[in-house]
Design a protein around this ligand. Structure first.
Ligand SMILES: *Cc1c(COP(=O)(O)O)cnc(C)c1O
Length: 391
């Protein structure tokens, strides 16, 4: 039988292994497991597959169903579920890098990831450099003898810069490094980095995977070898996903395809509206022909997602007046929820980044980021139209 389509896999992958014929995957709310006998316990503790304790993967059958579903969607062999996107990233760097290694990271990046790489990892003797990964020449020049990992975020937060995943995958392989991609913004619905040549994908489930703004979670998906390497740091760092969260992610993914279609459709309408608005000087959305990597985005993504950012004329004051006058949209960080959220990167998500760095990356003081929700598009546009009138 041919592989079912993406939407069918959202609904069905990982489901159906339930006792008593339960239609929905149960929440296995247990922290430990009872063994049949001492011999079986010894086998499992010496490496045989099986459940033993909730912090060790496979954590519970609920987690296993979620991992099977996300692996099917990302096109990966194996995965691990974490308490947050940051916990997934920490397990990734602890498993792949050691003192003296070099990490080449994209420079436009989630604020938390920037903090982890720039202040925590360097404390452990890992060298990190942040470079413009939209430029091949700069990436090649940034490589060092000891480069062990390249880390990308594409589309990147908050400017929506796009990096060429297959090209950088080749560059990484030639240099003996692995390529890791944060796929939080695109989700596997619009982009599958593993199929493009990345070695490992990390994602914050807090965003589109959960999809309703009501949980914290993270996931890593890769080939078996990398996930095997990540298991030990994952178990020892202790950032395991909770069982209820695993169930919510499993449930959220069942509608990922429908939600992402609507997020993207609304985002495109809002991007076009803002693009032609006299009080807006710039709109960053990969779906607009004016986006500098629009052609690349069309090649490596099957759609452009629900995130955009834009600059209002009048800088920070105008931006704050706009955010204060929106009625339907909420002023909040995070993204990927069913409702529309706006935030101000320079004073909120990217405040950890030095100002000169922000400015040089296009994260100006007037930049407003929008996570476009799945409301009716005319209501979202009206809210922005009225808000822009007031600035
Ligand atoms: C939110 C986010 C993270 C971190 O995820 P948490 O679940 O908040 O720990 C990492 N990368 C990107 C792109 C994000 O948006």
């Amino acid at each position: 039988m041919k592989e079912p389509g993406f939407g069918t896999r959202c609904v069905h992958a990982g489901e159906g292994h339930n006792p008593y014929g339960a239609h929905a995957t149960p929440i296995y709310q247990t922290s430990t497991y009872v063994f049949d006998n001492a011999e079986q316990a010894a086998e499992i503790f010496s490496g045989a597959s099986g459940y033993r304790y909730i912090r060790s993967a496979p954590n519970t059958p609920t987690h296993a169903a979620f991992i099977e579903k996300i692996c099917s969607l990302e096109g990966g062999e194996a995965g691990l579920a974490f308490s947050s996107g940051m916990a997934a990233e920490i397990a990734l760097v602890l498993s792949m890098l050691k003192k003296g290694d070099h990490l080449l990271s994209t420079n436009i990046i989630y604020g938390g990831t920037f903090g982890l790489f720039s202040s925590l990892m360097t404390k452990f003797g890992i060298e990190v450099s942040f470079v413009d990964t939209t430029n091949e020449e700069i990436i090649r020049r940034g490589l060092q003898e000891n480069t062990k990992m390249i880390f990308l975020e594409s589309p990147a937060n908050p400017t929506m810069a796009i990096s060429d995943i297959s090209l950088i995958g080749k560059i990484a392989r030639d240099a003996g490094a692995i390529l890791a991609v944060d796929n939080t913004f695109a989700t596997p619905y619009f982009q599958r980095p593993l199929c493009l040549g990345a070695d490992v994908v990390v994602e914050s489930c807090t965003k589109y995977i959960g999809g309703h703004g009501d949980l914290l979670g993270g996931v890593a998906v890769a080939g078996r070898e990398i996930i095997q390497k990540m298991k030990r740091p994952a178990v020892l760092a202790g950032g395991t996903m909770g069982t209820h969260e695993a169930w919510l992610c499993l449930r959220g993914l069942k509608t990922l395809h429908l939600r992402m279609e609507r997020h993207a459709k609304n985002a495109m309408q809002l991007a076009q509206f803002l693009h032609s608005h006299p009080r807006v000087s710039r709109v960053n959305y990969p779906g607009l022909a004016s986006h500098p990597q629009h052609a690349l985005a069309s090649r490596q993504m099957s759609g452009w997602g629900g995130m955009l950012s834009f600059e209002v004329k009048g800088g920070i004051d105008a931006g704050q007046r706009l955010m204060n006058s929106l009625k339907l949209c909420s002023l909040a960080v995070s993204l990927g929820s069913v409702d529309t959220l706006v935030e101000h990167p320079a004073s909120m998500t990217h405040a950890v980044m030095p100002r000169e760095m922000r400015e040089s990356l296009g994260i100006s003081d007037g930049l407003v980021r929008v996570s476009v929700g799945i409301e009716d598009e005319e209501d979202i546009l009206q809210d922005f139209a009225e808000g822009l009138e007031k600035i």
